[in-house]
Design a protein around this ligand. Structure first.
Ligand code: SF4
Ligand code: SF4
Length: 323
């Protein structure tokens, strides 16, 4: 589900750049963690505890880093990236530095107004990813933002009406939302949006509460099977790869083997411009001293940023993109 801003002739350009970066063993996706401040209160992440004074050490441009890495895909994330009043400038700088690129922003949606979304869209954002784990009040409570769910839907409807055509919900699969996965997909389809799934793991702050309990593994398998069945009927709404979805129950059962390739195909820059292989690892060096990462024997998480990085380019994936 690519934005209509892209024409069919962009596809060979994207494929050629993907092949070039793969051959050169360069990151395909760079995440710019523009702030670690956040005004949510999630129980499974400690970014909201970041000292507000940390804003003074946040760099005011990622353009030089973007030019150096020249990735195919760029994500602005946080913390909550919309807390940066200069986010449009950051986006514009990066968009001007990289010619063939797809720019995404990940937000909890609580501070994203339709006007802000439009100004970010005009600055160069190609896709908005909005976190959404439940359709009911549980989402507000889990994120610690009263009225969040209603606000998200109000903003998304206004964005769609304005012509922003690439919006996805990022849904983390947890023990207590297995009943919500398909309803979220149906709601997304009604709104003309996509859904990107991730499996919850406790790698961020050790909170085991949302982990799928061992006795709930059959329910997890059923929920994932239902998502795959939906994809067989209709592509273009669920944007997770078939490969990743099939791997989720295997990871939960402890059956997945092999190193993690986070850091090889994807890297993260923190707000000061230092590089880490994934969101949950410490930084290793400033981007100006970048050294290539090797796969690592770590099994601590199975978020999409890990699982999708391992997904091979299969025909089902091509069909997802075409859809
Ligand atoms: S998970 Fe996201 S929304 Fe929640 S505290 Fe962390 S950065 Fe903020
Ligand atoms: S499995 Fe990979 S992405 Fe997950 S915490 Fe370990 S290194 Fe990071």
């Amino acid at each position: 589900m690519l934005s209509a801003r892209f024409a069919p002739w962009h596809v060979p350009l994207f494929i050629a750049k993907y092949a070039y970066l793969t051959a050169r063993q360069r990151p395909i996706l760079v995440h710019f963690e523009v702030t670690q401040r956040c005004n949510a209160r999630c129980g499974f992440c400690d970014f909201w505890r970041t000292d507000p004074a940390a804003r003074h050490s946040e760099v005011d441009s990622f353009a030089a880093a973007a030019r150096y890495f020249n990735p195919l895909m760029i994500t602005f994330t946080g913390g909550e990236p919309t807390l940066r009043r200069d986010l449009e400038d950051l986006v514009r700088g990066v968009a001007a530095a990289v010619r063939v690129r797809y720019i995404t922003i990940i937000t909890h949606g609580g501070t994203l107004t339709p006007a802000r979304a439009w100004s970010l869209w005009e600055a160069g954002v190609n896709q908005f990813n909005v976190s959404l784990d439940y359709l009911d009040g549980r989402h507000d409570r889990a994120r610690g933002i009263p009225g969040l769910t209603a606000r998200i839907f109000g903003t998304v409807e206004a964005m769609r009406a304005r012509g922003i055509d690439s919006i996805r919900f990022n849904t983390v699969i947890r023990d207590d939302n297995l009943d919500q996965l398909l309803p979220i997909v149906h709601r997304a389809a009604e709104l003309g949006c996509g859904v990107n799934f991730s499996l919850y793991t406790d790698s961020k702050n050790g909170n085991r509460g949302p982990l799928v309990a061992p006795e709930r593994l059959p329910a997890l398998e059923d929920a994932v099977a239902a998502l795959l069945a939906y994809k067989r009927r209709r592509r273009g709404v669920i944007t997770s790869s078939d490969h990743y979805l099939r791997a989720i129950p295997r990871y939960a059962r402890g059956e997945l083997e092999g190193p993690c390739r986070s850091g090889v195909r994807t890297i993260h820059l923190d707000p000061t411009g230092h590089v880490k292989r994934c969101p949950d690892f410490p930084t290793d060096f400033h981007w100006t001293a970048f050294r290539r990462y090797e796969p690592i024997a770590c099994d601590a998480c199975f978020y999409a940023c890990r699982g999708e990085a391992q997904a091979p380019l299969q025909w089902s994936r091509v069909r997802d993109v075409i859809a």
